[in-house]
Design a protein around this ligand. Structure first.
Ligand code: PLP
Length: 383
């Protein structure tokens, strides 16, 4: 008997996606733009309470475009969270700009306001204030946006909110992604909802989003002939993919509930194991628990790597926490500002992501818990 492989986070269709994709086929709106793109953008605007949205082909492309819209170019400094997926910072390199990485705080695992302040002070002294700050909301939780925005406002530097992992989360009652000058979502296959691949730029600045639309379609000027005055990209989301997005938006809240349920099951069964510390939900935050994550300290006697291997042998997919970008060979020599201790490094060395697939059954959640406890030599589920 082979048990089904339990995945970290895989696409989970709601059922109506086919209807919207079929609509695209039936009307032959296969090519970019069309009613699915418009409707998907409206859904995101309505859900987040933002004035304008621009659907793009990927979250990475969205960040590339956002930096362009904020006039980031060759040699400019851009601050960015260190503990994140590489796609948060790659677009800085596309523009020939210089990334400077900022540590996490242990409370939220997101950008540390304290480390951010340090970086601002240093770069103000150097006379090289950043052109933008990319703040990442990890694993479904918003960063401490009020404090971060206050610091950035002091220096009059705009924030790009990388909310690729936090669609559906809130902070102090506001939707994640709406705090920065520009917010970015991703609909890659592993995200809380997917369009098979895609992303979205949001902003309350409608002029900026109109410019994003233009830039995402080769920046063609309104002339009969092909007239171009600025650099553009081919970054729009296809109308077929947007059809998937329309259906997925209808089940987003259901997905958030299930993600949080999975986390609760893990926390109830594993939260009392000495040495296990689940990612905290900070005050004022509503965490989607896109991925259930925890750290394992020395008292546990098991390393994350050993645990991941053990789960893997049981046909269960688990992963380490993102390797901080300041530790990546790609960014060797890049400036980095930490709190007193390097928290991002600590979270990487001790962190683990457990399966958070919304298609998991009760039995499958139990399988993960049992297998985890087996490794820490506790053979019985707590009553
Ligand atoms: C997934 C992800 C991205 C990139 O999104 P794509 O749609 O895959 O290009 C960017 N930042 C973070 C934090 C992500 O998790």
């Amino acid at each position: 008997m082979t048990e089904r492989r339990i995945l970290l986070s895989s696409p989970h269709m709601g059922g109506t996606e086919r209807k919207y994709v079929k609509e695209a086929f039936d009307t032959n709106w296969i090519a970019p733009l069309g009613s699915n793109v418009d409707a998907f953008e409206s859904q995101i605007e309505e859900f987040t309470g933002t004035k304008a949205a621009c659907a793009v082909a990927s979250g990475t492309g969205g960040i590339h475009l956002a930096l362009d819209l904020l006039d980031v170019s060759q040699g400019d400094v851009v601050f960015c969270s260190s503990l994140t997926f590489v796609a948060s910072a790659n677009p800085i390199i596309y523009h020939g700009a210089v990334p400077v990485f900022i540590d996490s705080e242990l409370d939220s695992w997101n950008m540390s306001p304290k480390a951010l302040k340090k970086a601002f002070r240093r770069y103000e002294m150097k006379g090289r204030l950043p052109k933008a700050v990319i703040v990442v909301n990890l694993y479904g939780q918003s960063a401490r946006m009020d404090e971060i925005l206050k610091i950035c406002r002091t220096y009059d530097v705009p924030v790009i909110e990388d909310a690729a992992e936090s669609l559906g989360a809130t902070y102090k009652g506001r939707q994640s992604g709406t705090f920065g000058k520009i917010g970015i979502f991703s609909f890659n296959g592993n995200k809380i909802i997917t369009t098979s691949g895609g992303g979205m730029l949001i902003s309350d600045d409608e002029v900026l989003i109109r410019k994003a639309l233009k830039k995402a379609t080769q920046a063609k000027e309104p002339e009969l002939h092909y007239q171009h005055e600025m650099v553009g990209y081919n970054y729009r989301l296809s109308n077929v993919c947007a059809g998937i997005g329309r259906g997925q938006m209808e089940v987003l809240e259901e997905r958030v509930q299930k993600k949080r349920y999975i986390f609760d099951r893990y926390e109830r069964s594993l939260g009392d194991v000495p040495g296990v510390h689940f990612m905290p939900e900070i005050e004022g935050a509503f965490h989607t628990r896109w991925l259930s994550t925890l750290t394992m300290d020395g008292t546990l006697g098991v390393t994350p790597r050993e645990m991941i291997e053990h789960l893997g042998e049981g046909n269960i997919e688990a992963r380490p926490v993102w390797k901080p970008l300041h530790m990546q060979p790609l960014f060797k020599g890049t400036d980095y500002f930490s709190e007193d201790h390097d928290n991002a490094k600590h979270l990487f060395e001790h962190g683990i992501c457990l399966p958070s697939d919304t298609k998991m059954t009760e039995e499958e959640i139990d399988r993960v818990i049992k297998r985890f406890l087996e490794k820490v030599h506790m053979y019985q589920l707590p009553a």
